[in-house]
Design a binder for this molecule. Structure first.
Ligand code: NAI
Length: 348
């Protein structure tokens, strides 16, 4: 392991090269000010270790803010395994688990893009410092229903602010991405009476939504500009651009995707265009709340559900503070998270 000198404002960044298994990976710990750092293990193809480490650091910082805003006693960390899913050989996963174990609980790894519950289960044979397993007293299982529920209650808070009611009848919601979270959100919204507009790269998924929910199908590029009240980005990041802010008829943006703002200036552009953007890391925290319960060793489904429903109140506070201070919602969410981390902590 090599500790890197150039680690920005992170507490620790470790790179791992294990010639026996071929593992190349990086673990970034941004902050442990609020507790051990928790964040996913991403398995992805990167051009080199430098890019991979950079990505781990960017994502770890995001987890510090997300965990703080979620009110969790956990800091932010993230790790990446280089090389895509073919890099996840049993020996590489065990070598990676040993690296996590060497950090003695400063970093807790969980499922992320390119890793599965089965991978986490396999690593748990080597280290207790992973969460999101399928077995054991505290196993938390699939995070996506909790993520969808958090997005739903945050959308209720946004509707309250914009329409004075959270009634979803006569409300048109556009969902971009009908994957694990998007589909569950569609189910929840449909039950609440919302009319759905949908898009996904997978035509079969779209056809299913048409049949199941009477949803109206759009091409992925067209959906953000379709006539709707709420836009819910639930695919990949970067869906919100300055053009979107100027042109889209949606007054509310509330979805599960991470890193929705194509660049930081879009936060201001949305605010100036009179749109209410529910900050992504505030509203999609249901999944991390679920996995955190396991990481903290005290999984209680009722408590997790209550915590996830609490996202509505955090969203309401964010929207009200934005209104009161005429500040874009993303900036307000960052300020609330920073206040929780503490002005004098390593992350501030
Ligand atoms: P997923 O991989 O199950 O679903 C993503 C869906 O988006 C797929 O159906 C895919 O075909 C579609 N898609 C991809 N690119 C698209 C595009 N350009 N246009 C239209 N559709 C496109 O992912 P999942 O788990 O549903 O997550 C969705 C988003 O929410 C991701 O950004 C993820 O990082 C974020 N998120 C997920 C959490 C979870 O609990 N699963 C927790 C927090 C955030």
């Amino acid at each position: 392991m090599v500790e890197k000198a150039d680690i920005d404002d992170h507490e620790k960044v470790v790179t791992i090269s294990d010639p026996d298994s071929g593992l190349r990976a990086a673990i970034a710990i941004h902050s442990t000010a609020l507790g051990p750092s928790l964040g996913g293990i991403r398995c992805w193809t990167y051009p080199d270790m430098r890019e991979a480490t950079r990505d781990a650091m960017r994502l770890a910082r995001g987890m510090t803010f997300k965990n703080a805003l979620a009110g969790l006693p956990l800091g932010g960390g993230k790790s990446v395994i280089l090389g895509g899913t073919e890099a996840k050989t049993p020996s590489a996963l065990h070598a990676f688990a040993r690296a996590i174990d060497g950090l003695r609980g400063q970093y807790i790894g969980a499922e992320d893009v390119g890793t599965t519950v089965a991978d986490i289960d396999f690593m748990r044979d080597v280290t207790p410092h992973v969460a999101g397993t399928s077995w054991g007293a505290a196993a938390s299982g699939d995070p996506s229903p909790h993520t969808a529920e958090g997005v739903f209650v945050a959308m209720q808070a946004a509707l309250d602010v914009v329409h004075g009611t959270d009634d979803m009848h006569n409300c048109r919601v556009g969902i971009l991405g009908l994957g694990n979270v998007g589909w569950k959100l569609a189910e929840r919204l449909s039950r609440a009476g919302a009319a759905l507009l949908v898009a996904d790269l997978d035509p079969a998924r779209v056809a299913e939504a048409e049949a199941e929910f009477g949803a109206q199908a759009f091409a992925p590029r067209a959906l953000p500009y379709a006539p709707m009240d709420v836009f819910a980005p639930c695919a990949l990041g970067g869906a919100l651009t300055v053009d979107f802010a100027k042109i889209s008829p949606a007054r509310i943006i509330c979805g599960a995707a991470n890193n929705q703002l194509a660049d930081p200036s879009v936060d201001t552009a949305l605010w100036q265009a009179g749109k209410l953007y529910a900050p992504d890391y505030l509203v999609n925290a249901g999944g991390v709340m679920n996995v955190a319960a396991e990481a903290l060793g005290e999984y209680d489904a009722y408590r997790v559900a209550t915590q996830v429903r609490g996202i509505r109140e955090t969203a309401r506070q964010c929207f009200e503070q934005a209104e009161r201070t005429d500040t874009p919602t993303g900036a307000v969410a960052d300020a609330i998270a920073l206040a929780r981390i503490g002005a004098n902590s390593a992350a501030a």
